[in-house]
Design a protein around this ligand. Sequence first.
Ligand SMILES: NC(=O)c1ccc[n+]([C@@H]2O[C@H](COP(=O)([O-])OP(=O)(O)OC[C@H]3O[C@@H](n4cnc5c(N)ncnc54)[C@H](OP(=O)(O)O)[C@@H]3O)[C@@H](O)[C@H]2O)c1
Ligand SMILES: *[C@@H]1O[C@H](CO)[C@@H](O)[C@H](O)[C@H]1NC(C)=O
Ligand SMILES: *[C@H]1O[C@H](CO)[C@@H](O)[C@H](O)[C@H]1NC(C)=O
Length: 304
Amino acid sequence: MMNDKQSTERYAVVTGANKGIGFETVRQLAAAGVTVVLTARNEKRGTEATSLLHGLGYSNVQYHQLDVQDLQSIEALAKFIQTQFGKLDILVNNAGATGVVVDEDGLKALNIDPESWLSGKATNIVQGVMKTTYDKAKECLDTNYYGVKNLTRALLPLLQRSASGGRIVNVSSLRGELWRIPNEEIRKELADVETLSEEKIDGFVEKFLHDVRNDELEVNGWSKMLPAYSVSKAMLNAYTRVLAKTYKNMCINCVHPGYVDTDLNWHTGTLTLEEGAQGSVMLALLPEGGLTGCYFDRTQVAEF
Ligand SMILES: NC(=O)c1ccc[n+]([C@@H]2O[C@H](COP(=O)([O-])OP(=O)(O)OC[C@H]3O[C@@H](n4cnc5c(N)ncnc54)[C@H](OP(=O)(O)O)[C@@H]3O)[C@@H](O)[C@H]2O)c1
Ligand SMILES: *[C@@H]1O[C@H](CO)[C@@H](O)[C@H](O)[C@H]1NC(C)=O
Ligand SMILES: *[C@H]1O[C@H](CO)[C@@H](O)[C@H](O)[C@H]1NC(C)=O
């Protein structure tokens, strides 16, 4: 049974929210009056982050464990939301992994400036301190692509009960923009939203992992800069479009948060967390009839 509180109250889930952009996204959504489930894969890190927000006066934040690579953990979260709230209004797929083993001291010593990171000038320079192993690539795709898919699938029935039509925000990256993929055929297929399907996208992911295993990334035209991460985000964007085609009453979008100072990029980013969360929060709070199936660079619509 829905009571009055349940029908007017808005509920959100943010993944990978114990730190970084996810943590700040929770804070901004809570400040907007949304009841937010702060999720983290690690219980200690998650409860500490939640306590921090409680201390700042955000009593409408609750912790729940979630590892997006773990189907049982996903099921437990879905059950929790089902029994506690009976619906979900907002899902922010924020958790992310880089797909590389990094020599952090070596990277620091290179002292690469932000402009070189973004323009691609740094690509060759970083090869010596960043390695794409099969295990890291698999973990990256399992987190940034399959994890998002599996979690979204589990929460969709609850999102469909949202009175305003649920909102899904996939936190993507400019690394997933199509022009950055050297292989023209892959680029074309991913750009053709009419013929794009879940099976097709999964096929590209499996082909990529096969090429990692066989050390054939460059010859097959995959990105040289952060290959697994770039592929995971390109596939996430493509899947976002497929989903938005299917669930027309919802607002399903993806966003590049900007180049933000977090652990994920070894603190090479320049924007603050507050700036980095703005895109996710704006898309989470889109009014009814808002844009769907789009890619945003921070708060502006951009090209896939
Ligand atoms: N920072 C940037 O400039 C930038 C640019 C473009 C896109 N992004 C995207 O923004 C999102 C947030 O990244 P961030 O920069 O805020 O990085 P961050 O501070 O490193 O946060 C990443 C979060 O993801 C969590 N996570 C990793 N694997 C997980 C899993 N299997 N299940 C659940 N949570 C998991 C991490 O948990 P642990 O603490 O347990 O490791 C952490 O909470 C990512 O999707 C990233 O790709 C960031
Ligand atoms: C996603 O779900 C499928 C089953 O639907 C499972 O085979 C796969 O291992 C899951 N992936 C991850 C990363 O949990
Ligand atoms: C992000 O977008 C859709 C919905 O936006 C969601 O199903 C999908 O699972 C999310 N992730 C991926 C992999 O696209």
